[in-house]
Write a protein that binds this ligand. Structure first.
Ligand SMILES: C[S@@+](CC[C@H](N)C(=O)[O-])C[C@H]1O[C@@H](n2cnc3c(N)ncnc32)[C@H](O)[C@@H]1O
Length: 247
């Protein structure tokens, strides 16, 4: 998942990439953003893509810095939201430790730290620390490894889409095992980092944040399976949302 990957996806972003804003049925992320928003504060949208969160952020903050690794994504966002005049766009690679980025009161980072590369994630987390002011607040949404394992167990046990046998690729089983032991589970055949709640707590603590609030952002089961069984209701699949205070 390097820059080329995200640039290639940009023109078909809506078809290719899961829409967290649309699928957060309880609106928990919008509520968390509004709780920490103020017309006196600045916010950075880290990994803003084509700018889905900008109409939420722009009216709630004095200034929005929208950053993404993909120039094409940023161009699309600019074209989609010309009326949001307090938004400034920056092409930044958060995995580059020498990256220059704006420093804001609040940071919002929604499903952007997905790379299976530990080296890139280490730099990304260090840069998160740099772009939020002392005592500022970070709202981080990230794929849940617990949820991914639950879906995997359901797939192996009940096989809703009749594809359980295809999941373990005999030729690639060694790599798949190494991946899963590091929390890299495949989404559409792309190894994607998923996180345990306690792992997030450690990662954020190491960068000088206190993880104050964990919430499940729950989705419907048809986001995991084409044909979820009718009885499959609760628990639902979820991403983790973490609210963290910078010390
Ligand atoms: C799954 S999309 C999520 C977009 C958006 N936050 C949303 O919720 O609609 C992930 C975004 O993170 C961006 N991204 C991935 N790695 C990045 C990096 N190292 N630096 C900056 N942006 C990155 C990608 O270009 C992509 O636009």
């Amino acid at each position: 998942m390097d820059r080329t990957y995200w640039e290639k996806i940009a023109p078909d972003y809506n078809e290719e990439i899961f829409d967290v804003l649309k699928n957060d049925d309880k609106g928990l992320i919008v509520s968390a953003i509004r709780k920490y928003a103020s017309k006196n504060k600045t916010v950075v949208d880290i990994g803003c893509a084509i700018g889905k969160w900008l109409p939420v952020l722009s009216p709630a903050f004095k200034k929005v810095h929208a950053i993404d690794i993909s120039a094409e994504n940023l161009e699309i966002a600019k074209r989609l939201y010309p009326e949001l005049t307090n938004v400034e766009y920056h092409r930044v690679d958060m995995s580059n430790i020498r990256a220059k980025m704006p420093v804001c009161d609040v940071g919002v980072c929604i499903n952007a730290i997905l790379t299976d590369s530990l080296k890139k994630r280490k730099s990304f987390f260090m840069n998160l620390k740099k772009c939020i002011k002392k005592h500022g607040y970070l709202i981080l949404v990230i794929p849940s490894l617990e949820s991914s394992m639950l879906a995997s167990i359901i797939r192996q046990r009940w096989n809703p889409d009749k594809d359980a046998d295809d999941v373990i690729n005999k030729k690639k089983s060694g790599i798949q095992l190494k991946n899963i032991l590091q929390g890299n589970a495949e989404i559409d055949y792309v190894p994607t980092k998923h996180y345990l709640k306690e792992e997030l707590q450690l990662l954020l603590n190491n960068e000088g944040f206190i993880a104050e609030d964990f919430q499940k952002i729950e989705y419907q089961w048809d986001t995991e399976f084409l044909k979820p069984p009718k009885w499959l209701k609760e628990p639902k699949p979820w991403d983790w949302m973490v609210g963290a205070r910078k010390l």
